[in-house]
Design a protein around this ligand. Structure first.
Ligand SMILES: Nc1ncnc2c1ncn2[C@@H]1O[C@H](COP(=O)(O)OP(=O)(O)OP(=O)(O)O)[C@@H](O)[C@H]1O
Ligand SMILES: [Zn+2]
Length: 631
């Protein structure tokens, strides 16, 4: 259906182009159709033979040149140009042939200039608009030129069958809870405005592709019973400067007409990249579009009932202006689902797909670490296809295993399928980090530990809660950061015979912190309070390279030694702390393997002998130096 519309769109453009080219071709011919062969000499001959019945002469104004059309007895018309129409007039008078004398200027200007050039211009314009409509290739598929500067938002009304509700969104419990408030704002705005509350205007959903961001936004609209308008950021990025901005204007105008409503912009990073940055920076069109979006968001009243939701998987490249209060000031992170979440998603998508007795969704959930909702939906769909191909009525475990391999191969390129062994290593690695963050006084507390692979390629993560108001980084804290970052590798080495390459990022981090301590902050007595860190970047050959160090070999050696001493010392401390908490290490790894993601409470409970949290660790830091000062 959509395809057909597209095709007829192309047909439309081709037709218009064909007509224009014909018109240009013929209009050109009007000018040049003067038969080269015919001339005043031929006219003389034809007059002599009595072949001429009539003629018309069009004279160019103020100059003697003109065009002559001669009607011959044979019924043929010939025309030609003459340098002086008087010559022709005299000839015709001589032979008593009647003729009309007209003024050529007006028609010739229209025909010879306006028509071909004008139409040529229109043709080029159409060609470009056609190409840009093709390249934008919007979801709307509505590429008529009348809609050139119009938004192509797609609308879903709450009554429509494909409107979504929260029950269609599996897992994502915290995310739904956060968005429930938005639903309430839209459904009962009065309750909030009555007490002077400011309803948020923009919410940004951040997470890897296929994790259900669009689905969540749709569900918010469905729950609140308001229309849902969706658009992709790339719809705004056009070849012509100003088109994107005009689409933004149009979109918000439409939204205002339909308030309360949700406007959803997918891939907002396509428009909202940092301005003037290297990332496609200096793109006038994009900047104008972004500016227009900011103007619109600032412009509509706080409580107008329009909530803009946007999705991205690259929050780091967004222009900070877009995240300011009054714009997209709420952020909801949508992560890959954990085991429970995956099981729920499988349940949602298994509806309408008859499963054989041997299919165990729980088991599938356990073997699909790192799969997003979209991946899981795809897995079941592929399985149903395999099943249907073989003419069976029920989907068997075998079908799912086949699809798993098929999808797995495709997935392998994006993120890896994780083997049980790798998962175990990751669990110990992250547990190692987490324990150190918890035990060391100036870092942590641990907010979350996870062995679900991240979009950026990490096998898992330990998230400390760093949001403490600190003006200064202290020597003790930097040292503890290094200790904590070595914890992953040490935990691996304590448990397994071999170690993995998984700690490379940790090592890099630890090294750069240690280097900064020595060369920048003057924390090392042997090096002293001298800055050795500022190396200017200079242009060497084709690459930006570093200048050679402007300090001696001796100093370089001292720095290297000091850095190594810091790391070695941190390593020893980390190891002894982990050895002391071996029981927690095992418990934590086990819990991680079971749940894949554990929060602060669950983690801290592991330290209590009876598994109960007695007292939560808060920001405790008072000038603590855990280690005997060895710098
Ligand atoms: N939590 C979920 N529950 C049920 N289905 C889900 C869930 N997450 C994803 N899906 C399935 O995956 C499909 C794609 O999800 P969606 O388009 O919402 O992802 P997205 O995060 O917006 O991705 P993208 O960034 O690529 O736009 C959905 O249509 C749905 O079938
Ligand atoms: Zn690590």
């Amino acid at each position: 259906m959509k395809k057909q519309m597209k095709m007829s769109g192309i047909g439309f453009y081709l037709l218009v182009l064909a007509v224009i080219f014909c018109a240009v071709y013929f209009s050109g011919n009007i000018e040049s159709s003067s038969s080269d062969s015919y001339s005043i000499a031929n006219l003389k001959k034809d007059l002599g033979n009595g072949n001429v019945t009539s003629a018309s002469i069009s004279q160019n104004q103020e100059i003697p040149t003109g065009e002559v059309v001669v009607k011959l007895k044979s019924g043929k018309n010939v025309d030609f140009y003459v340098s002086d129409v008087k010559d022709v007039q005299e000839l015709l008078d001589q032979w008593n042939v009647s003729y009309k004398l007209g003024d050529v200027k007006k028609t010739s200007w229209v025909i010879t200039t306006l028509l071909p050039y004008g139409l040529g211009f229109v043709a080029i314009f159409l060609l470009f608009s056609f190409l840009s409509a093709q390249s934008a290739n919007s979801g709307g598929g509505n590429s008529k030129m009348m809609n050139f500067g119009k938004s192509r938002a797609r609308r879903i009304d709450p009554e429509e069958p494909h409107a979504k509700r929260f029950k269609d969104v599996a897992g994502l419990k915290e995310e739904k809870e956060e968005l429930e408030e938005i639903v309430d704002f839209l459904a009962n705005p009065g309750r909030y405005t009555d007490v002077g509350a400011r309803i948020p205007k923009g919410i940004i959903l951040v997470g890897p592709p296929g994790t259900g961001k669009t689905l969540l936004a749709k569900a918010v609209a469905g729950e609140a019973g308001v229309p849902f308008f969706s658009l992709s950021g790339s719809d705004f990025v056009e070849m012509f400067v100003g088109v994107g901005a005009s689409r933004v204007r149009d979109m918000f105008a439409e939204a205002k007409k339909n308030a309360p409503c949700i406007v959803f912009i997918d891939e907002i990073d396509a428009v909202a990249r940092k301005r003037g940055s290297g990332l496609g920076g200096g793109h006038d069109e994009r900047e104008q579009t972004l500016n227009q979006m900011l103007v619109e968001m600032d412009g509509f009243g706080v409580n107008e009932g329009i909530i803009v939701m946007a999705a991205t998987n690259r929050v780091d490249i967004l222009d900070p202006a877009i995240l300011r209060p009054g714009r997209f000031d709420r952020k909801v992170t949508v992560g890959r689902p954990d085991v429970r979440g995956r099981e729920e998603i499988l349940e949602v998508h298994a509806k309408g797909k008859p499963l054989g007795d041997d299919v165990d969704l729980k088991k599938i959930a356990r073997t699909t670490v790192g799969f997003t909702g979209a991946d899981l939906e795809n897995l079941l769909n592929e399985s149903a296809i395999v099943c249907a191909k073989e003419g069976r009525k029920f989907i068997e475990q075998e079908d799912i295993s086949k699809s798993f391999i098929k999808i797995g191969i495709g997935k392998e390129k994006k993120s890896k399928i994780i083997s049980e062994k790798d998962q175990k290593i990751t669990a110990y690695h992250e547990a190692g980090h987490a324990i150190l963050f918890h035990v060391l006084p100036d870092v942590g507390p641990v907010h979350m530990v996870s062995i679900i692979p991240t979009g950026s390629g990490a096998a898992g993560y330990t998230m400390p809660l760093p949001e403490r108001d600190e003006t200064f980084m202290t020597k003790g804290k930097m040292k503890q950061d290094i200790i904590a970052s070595l914890g992953g590798r040490i935990a691996e080495s304590l448990i397994f015979d071999d170690i993995t390459t998984g700690a490379s990022q940790d090592i890099k981090q630890a090294t750069s912190t240690a280097k900064a301590m020595v060369t920048k902050y003057g924390f090392s007595e042997n090096v002293g309070m001298i800055n050795y860190a500022d190396e200017d970047e200079v242009f060497i050959g084709r690459d930006f390279g570093r200048t050679s160090r402007d300090y001696s070999e001796d100093v370089a050696k001292t720095i290297d030694n000091e850095v190594k001493a810091i790391i070695d010392d941190a390593y020893a401390q980390a190891k002894s702390i982990l050895e002391e908490h071996m029981d927690v290490l095992h418990k934590c790894a086990k819990l991680l393997l079971e749940k894949e993601r554990i929060d602060r409470e669950e983690f801290e409970a592991l330290f209590e002998p009876d598994g109960v949290v007695l007292e939560k660790k808060e920001a405790v830091s008072e000038e603590v130096d855990v280690e005997p000062d060895s710098l």
